[in-house]
Design a protein around this ligand. Structure first.
Ligand SMILES: *Cc1c(COP(=O)(O)O)cnc(C)c1O
Length: 222
C-alpha cells in the first residue's frame, strides 16, 4: 500500500467516523469541520491530503507552517489554522500566513495580533484558547478569566473572534472539559467550538464540537 493511498484511506475513515458521531448526536455531518493536523509531516503528506479533497489544515509552529504552506497555497485553495501556543514575537508571521489563529490566550498577544493585522492588511479569524485543565505547561487562558477575556476580544475584534478552543489534559476524561467549552461558546454567542483530537473527536462531537483537530489518525504516528 502506498503512503498516498494510506492518507486518502485514513481521511475517508475519519470523515466516516465524524459523520457517524454527528448523526448519533442528532447533528448534521456537514456542521463539523475536519482540521487535518499536519505538524511534523512533510509538505508531500499535505499534498496527498489535498489530492484527496482535504482543504483545512492545522500546524502548531508558525515557522514550520511558513516553510510548508506558501508553495502549497500557490497551487491549492486551502485554509491554514495555527493551533499551537503563539509567542508574541511570532504574531506578525502568524497573521501573514494563517487563515485562523486558534490560540489567542492573553491580552499581550491580542495587542500584538491587532498591530500585526493593521500592518499586514490581513485579518485571520481568531479563537480564544482556554486551558480548561489548568495545566501549567499549556497555553490557554484560565477558566476563571475566560469570560472576561472573551468579552474583551469580542469588543476588540468583533466578528473575527469566531469561537473557543481547548486541549484537555491527556489523562482525564475529556467530557467535562468539552461540555464546559461548549457552554462557554454558547454564553458568548460564538459559533465555533474547536475540540477533539485523534483519541477523542467522537466524544467532542457528542459534546458540541464544530471543529475537530485530527493529526495522527490521518497522517500516522509522529
Ligand atoms: C497535535 C495536535 C492535535 C492533533 O493531535 P492527534 O492526536 O495527532 O490527532 C490537535 N490539536 C492540537 C492543539 C495539537 O497540538
Amino acid at each position: 500500500m502506498t503512503e498516498e493511498h494510506t492518507i486518502a484511506e485514513n481521511l475517508r475513515r475519519v470523515k466516516d467516523r465524524i459523520a457517524d458521531a454527528a448523526l448519533a448526536a442528532g447533528r448534521r455531518p456537514e456542521d463539523i469541520t475536519l482540521v487535518a493536523v499536519s505538524k511534523t509531516k512533510p509538505a508531500e503528506a499535505v499534498a496527498e491530503a489535498l489530492a484527496a479533497g482535504q482543504t483545512v489544515f492545522g500546524e502548531n509552529r508558525v515557522q514550520e507552517a511558513a516553510a510548508k504552506f506558501p508553495s502549497l497555497r500557490a497551487a491549492h485553495a486551502l485554509s491554514l489554522h495555527i493551533i499551537g501556543g503563539l509567542q508574541t514575537n511570532k504574531a506578525r508571521d502568524a497573521v501573514r500566513i494563517a487563515d485562523v489563529i486558534e490560540t489567542l490566550d492573553r491580552p499581550k498577544l491580542a495587542d500584538a495580533l491587532e498591530v500585526a493585522m493593521a500592518r499586514e492588511g490581513r485579518a485571520p479569524k481568531l479563537l480564544v484558547e482556554v486551558n480548561t485543565g489548568a495545566e501549567p505547561q499549556k497555553s490557554g487562558v484560565p477558566r476563571a478569566e475566560a469570560d472576561g477575556f472573551i468579552d474583551d476580544c469580542q469588543k476588540r475584534f468583533g466578528n473575527l473572534l469566531a469561537g473557543v478552543m481547548c486541549v484537555p489534559p491527556r489523562a482525564e476524561d475529556p467530557r467535562p472539559h468539552f461540555t464546559w467549552l461548549a457552554g462557554c461558546a454558547r454564553r458568548h454567542g460564538l459559533a465555533t467550538v474547536s475540540m477533539g483530537m485523534s483519541a477523542d473527536f467522537e466524544i467532542a462531537i457528542a459534546c458540541g464540537a464544530t471543529w475537530v483537530r485530527v493529526g495522527s489518525a490521518i497522517f500516522g504516528a509522529r
